[in-house]
Structure formats: structure tokens, C-alpha cells
Ligand binder design. Structure first.
Ligand code: OGA
Ligand code: MN
Length: 204
């Protein structure tokens, strides 16, 4: 993993984003897909909203995904494995880039077929503790024809990435605007943020 962490650190420093394929192995992805939460589908998930607390509104025209937050203390083993790997990444980034990242928060995410998330930044007006956005995709046999690309808007143009199983994409939450293109099949991921604050202080 160290070489993967190293290339993520380099690319973040240089470009503000990084892509790491096989961050999760095929069998690690399959174990996550086999969790009850994903097997039971949308019944276990909540419609995602926009903004925080009183500003929070559910706006179907902007985003169509469903989420379920992971609790570090009770996450099932295959999800815990991913969370522990993120902890290691946080430690590595702090050492190599001299950051003071403190924690992370992650939810399971389902975009039903046809849904999307319009162009946005991941920092809220009243909450700038999200420093890095980190998404790991869980979609086996995904092709260009399925759509669902993550499109990032960079100073030198746009780039698109397919949400293929095991691929991790990480980018600066305060700088990189991005969107999720509509897909013609259900699109699953682990979506998270690395914070400069402890996650358990966030909803007090
Ligand atoms: C988000 C988001 C991108 C993706 O949840 O804020 O932009 O590719 N997700 O799922
Ligand atoms: Mn986003």
C-alpha cells in the first residue's frame, strides 16, 4: 500500500487530485457488495440532502443519490477494512505532505439508474472542515456505455473517470468542482471526506 499512498500524495500535491486503481482488490470489493446494506438496496438508505442542518434541503434536481453513514465502531468487517486503510492514508498524507488531517467520515452511496449529481464543490459554506474528498467505486463490469463518470473541472480542462470497482479518487474538497454524470445502471460507491477536525465533534 505504501507505493499507492505515495503516488496519491504526489498527485495530490502536484495536481490537487489523484486516482488509484485497485485501492480495493476485487475480493475486497465483492465482500463490501455482499454486505446486507447493499444487498437490501435502497430500503436501508436515506435520500441525500444538500447543505447542513437548517440549510439542508433535499433537491432532486441537483443530486439523486441515497446514502448510509458508516459508524467506525460498528462497521462490518469488510467496511472496517476500508476505513482502516483510509486511516493509514491519512497518517501517510500527514507525514509526507505536512498536513494536520485529523479524521474522516464515510458513507455508502447508491445512485439509482438515471440519477446524477450536478457540478458542485464539497465544502459547505458553514463547514470548511472537509479537506479531501475520497471516493472508492464498487461497480464490477462497468463500461463507458454505462455512463456515471465522475467529471472533474480542472484549470486546464475537464477530465472524466469511470466508477470502476476498486478505483479510488481523491481530490481537494475546497478547489475541485466536479459532477456525477447520469448512469444507465445503479452506481455504488464509498464516499468520504478527510477532515481537519474529529468526526465525533461534527454534529454537536
Ligand atoms: C459527492 C460526489 C462523486 C462520485 O458525493 O459529493 O461528488 O463520483 N460524488 O460519486
Ligand atoms: Mn461531491
Amino acid at each position: 500500500m505504501i507505493t499507492v499512498f505515495d503516488s496519491i500524495a504526489d498527485d495530490l500535491a502536484e495536481h490537487g487530485y489523484a486516482v488509484a486503481d485497485q485501492f480495493l482488490s476485487q475480493s475486497e470489493v465483492n465482500a463490501i457488495l455482499a454486505l446486507d446494506e447493499f444487498r437490501n438496496g435502497l430500503a436501508e438508505f436515506k435520500k441525500a440532502g444538500i447543505g447542513k442542518q437548517q440549510d439542508r434541503q433535499i433537491n432532486e434536481a441537483i443530486r439523486g443519490d441515497y446514502i448510509k453513514w458508516l459508524d467506525k465502531n460498528s462497521a462490518p468487517a469488510p467496511a472496517k477494512l476500508y476505513l482502516d486503510r483510509l486511516s493509514k492514508l491519512v497518517e501517510y498524507l500527514n507525514q509526507s505532505l505536512f498536513l494536520s488531517l485529523k479524521d474522516y467520515e464515510v458513507h455508502l452511496t447508491i445512485y439509482p439508474a438515471g440519477s446524477y449529481y450536478k457540478r458542485h464543490l464539497d465544502q459547505f459554506k458553514k463547514d470548511d472542515h472537509r479537506k479531501l474528498s475520497v471516493i472508492c467505486y464498487l461497480n464490477n463490469d462497468w463500461t463507458e456505455a454505462n455512463g456515471g463518470q465522475l467529471r472533474v473541472f480542472l484549470p486546464d480542462g475537464e477530465k472524466e473517470f469511470l466508477p470502476i470497482a476498486g478505483r479510488l479518487i481523491c481530490f481537494r474538497s475546497d478547489q475541485i468542482e466536479h459532477e456525477v454524470r447520469p448512469a444507465n445502471r445503479e452506481r455504488l460507491s464509498l464516499t468520504g471526506w478527510i477532515l481537519d477536525q474529529h468526526a465525533d465533534l461534527r454534529h454537536l
